[in-house]
Design a protein around this ligand. Structure first.
Ligand code: ATP
Ligand code: MG
Length: 704
């Protein structure tokens, strides 16, 4: 800060006031006169006391003070003025006649600013007064300026202090806010982290459920209660070869899954309405692929409800049950065949009893007639009965109740052998191609029966190709897994024989029945309808299966599966028959069929035996108790009412009876054995039986 007009005195605001003090009135007048013409207000005082009072009162700008005064001298007055606060800063100029320097020094030491020696020159007085007034004025202005400056500094300092405090407050506030912000940030970061973890878990879970949804075998979707498609899984899309765009946001009934008939749309629309009303709708339907393959679908529409029991969406779900249906068909078919088999077996059994009587009596008749011209009637009866016996044999083959001599056989070998005969059987118009598996295909089987199977199939193929064609026989080894097997086979290694022809083919209705005995489409006299029944029976008896695939107009293919064996075991061969000789022993014959019993009694008695007849098991046991001593052989029919042959034999043995036994049955030994009736070394007679066989077996049993 600079002071204004430091060198040039500024005009006084008021006229400068000069107090002149002198005890000499003349001197006072001189000074006043000297100054008055120069714009000064001149006050006067005649002694020190009044000077101090005046100065205090009037606050002059300058005091001209005489030293030598009566009373208080100038020095003392000056000292007191300097001590008094109100006058201390008023410049004092001594005016004295004392010119020695000592006085001047003394005066300046008392606080004066200048010293004028009397007598003085007016110019000097004016100059000195002017200078000191200027100095005083400058001093005063300097002081004012300083005060102002100080005040400003103070005010500024105060402002600064306030601002500083405000700033500090603000900083503190900001710090608090920042701390709060940091805390919030930490919480927020934790929340974000939690959210991220939750989001990740949600995404993983979503991925998992999406994978399940998409990859399940089931065809699944999601619709609004109105049936608008919201979601669909990959399986369902792949199933009908559609894309999401083609099905999403469309009414469910207008999607490509409902393509079989226009009625389907209306039906599905109604189903959606029912489901939307809260009903669980389920029905079976079909879907036909663009390639024309029909799929059976177990379909359901499930309503999903919220907490208020309001339907919020529908889940359409489809299960492809085509293979299940096929299995069901197969099972039904095999159950039907089983039932027919039981029936055929039963019929064959009863027939065998009747035939035994017919053949037996015809034999006796023949023997008795000797050379009589009527003897040929007996031969004719025997021939007819023989043909009937062949028929019952076929029925037994179908019902799997014929004797089977199983041993390890090589399938390629069987096919190779039979193919030579087949070539002749099928004729020249038909070509025969055989393809053999490179591996050995060993099965446990009856070679003759397998040959019969191939023969029957080849003959059918020939009949299906009156204008010629090709028959192919292929053998392969194959592993049947769970997925490949039908309703009847166990998984494992199999020999597969395929016999295909290029004939007329078989339509679906016919195909359903071809294995039934006596089912034929051939003219009367051309076929009995037993060929395939026999095939079926034999293959089943070998633990295998036979399937057929046919296209009308293109041909037919029969596939035979026979279980392969690793280790093999052979069964004892049936012993050859002993020569026909009679005896004299007593035989207890138990047989419920009158015809058979009569024939057997007759034949045995004719050859010298004693026969005790019984009509059933209980009767046999009673008769044994009476005649036990003389009975040497029990000839027991296995299947009898009340008590079967085996039970009779067991009862006798339990009682300690030691007697030989020969069982007879219309069923074959194999079946009887499977039922646990025969044991090793026990004889068996398979009906129908000729006289020779009967006598031979009886002798053998007695001599055993
Ligand atoms: N390869 C085939 N091609 C066309 N149809 C066949 C074929 N094999 C069998 N069939 C049909 O199955 C029916 C039954 O055959 P199956 O062999 O059981 O009896 P069949 O041949 O009629 O008489 P049989 O064999 O007793 O002389 C036949 O009548 C025929 O309609
Ligand atoms: Mg046939």
């Amino acid at each position: 800060m600079t002071l204004d007009n430091q060198s040039t005195p500024r005009p006084f605001e008021r006229k400068p006031v000069i107090l002149t003090v002198d005890d000499d009135a003349n001197n006072l007048a001189v000074v006043r006169d000297c100054l008055s013409g120069f714009n000064y207000t001149v006050l006067v005082a005649e002694d020190g006391e009044s000077a101090i009072g005046r100065a205090d009162y009037a606050r002059p700008d300058l005091i001209l003070l005489d030293i030598m005064m009566a009373g208080m001298d100038g020095y003392e007055t000056c000292r007191r003025l300097k001590l008094q606060e109100s006058t201390s800063d008023i410049p004092v100029i001594f005016m004295s006649a004392l010119a020695e320097t000592g006085h001047k020094v003394h005066g300046l030491a008392a606080g004066a600013v200048d010293y004028i020696t009397k007598p003085f020159q007016q110019e000097e007085l004016l100059a000195r007064v002017g200078v000191h007034l200027s100095i005083r004025d400058l001093n005063r202005r300097l002081k004012e300026s300083n005060d102002l400056l100080e005040a400003r500094v103070e005010a500024r300092t105060l402002d600064l202090a306030i601002a500083n405090r405000e700033l500090e407050d603000e900083i503190a506030e900001r710090q608090a806010a920042q701390e709060q912000l940091q805390e919030q940030t930490v919480i927020l970061e934790e929340k974000v982290e939690e959210l991220q973890v939750a989001q990740l878990a949600l995404r993983t879970s979503e991925q998992k459920f999406r994978a399940i949804f998409d990859q399940t075998f089931q065809l699944i979707g999601l619709t609004t209660p109105e049936g608008i498609m919201l979601e669909v899984n990959q399986t369902a899309l792949t199933f009908c070869g559609a894309t999401e765009v083609e099905v999403l946001n469309k009414p469910f009934w207008e999607t490509p899954w409902w393509n079989t008939s226009p009625d389907q749309h209306e039906f599905v629309r109604t189903a959606v309405q029912r489901a939307a009303a809260g009903e669980f709708v389920r029905f079976e339907t079909v879907y036909v692929t663009p390639a024309g393959v029909t799929h059976h679908i177990d379909f359901s529409l499930k309503p999903i409800k919220d907490a208020d029991n309001k339907v919020v969406m529908l889940i359409p779900e489809g299960r492809d049950i085509t293979s299940f249906k096929k299995l069901e068909d197969q099972l039904r078919q095999s159950q039907k065949m089983e039932a027919i088999g039981t029936l055929a077996g039963g019929v064959a059994h009863d027939f065998n009893n009747i035939l035994t009587a017919i053949m037996g009596f015809a034999g006796i008749l023949n023997a008795k007639l000797g050379d009589s011209p009527h003897a040929h009637f007996a031969d004719d009866i025997l021939a007819a009965a023989d043909r009937a016996a062949t028929l019952t044999q076929s029925l037994l083959a179908f019902s799997r109740k014929q004797v089977m001599e199983t041993k390890p056989e090589e399938v390629n070998e069987i096919v190779r052998t039979i193919s030579k005969i087949l070539r002749r059987v099928i004729g020249e118009d038909i070509e025969l191609h055989c393809t053999f598996a490179p591996d050995e295909l060993t099965i446990m089987g009856d070679c003759g029966q397998i040959e019969q199977v191939l023969m029957n199939l080849a003959v059918n193929a020939r009949d299906a190709m009156p204008k010629g064609g090709t028959v192919s026989i292929t053998t392969e080894r194959m592993e049947l897994t769970e997925e490949l097997i039908g309703a009847t086979l166990k998984p494992g290694p199999y020999a597969k024989i395929t016999i295909s022809d290029t004939g007329c083919g078989i339509d679906e209705t016919t195909r359903q029945r071809i294995f039934e005995p006596f089912f034929t489409t051939k003219e009367v006299g051309k076929g009995t309808g037993l060929g395939l029944s026999i095939v079926y029976g034999i293959i089943k008896q070998h633990g295998g299966d036979v399937t057929v695939y046919s296209e009308v107009g293109n041909g037919t293919s029969f596939k035979i599966y026979l279980p392969l064996v690793a280790s093999v075991s052979t069964r004892p061969d049936i012993a050859p028959l002993a020569p026909v000789i009679g005896g004299t022993e007593t035989i207890l014959l138990a047989e419920d069929n009158d015809g058979v019993r009569n024939f057997m009694t007759q034949a045995l008695e004719d050859f010298g035996y004693q026969v005790i007849e019984a009509r059933d098991g209980e009767d046999a046991l009673a008769k044994y108790h009476v005649n036990s001593k003389r009975i040497q052989l029990l000839l027991l029919d296995v299947v009898m009412p009340r008590m079967n042959g085996r039970e009779v034999y067991d009862a006798i043995r339990k009682e300690g009876g030691q007697v030989r036994v020969l069982f007879s049955s219309g069923y074959t030994a194999d079946i009887i054995e499977q039922k646990g009736i025969l044991e090793d070394g026990v004889g068996f007679l398979s009906k129908p039986v000729t006289m020779q066989v009967l006598l031979g077996k009886v002798r053998e049993a007695l001599d055993h």
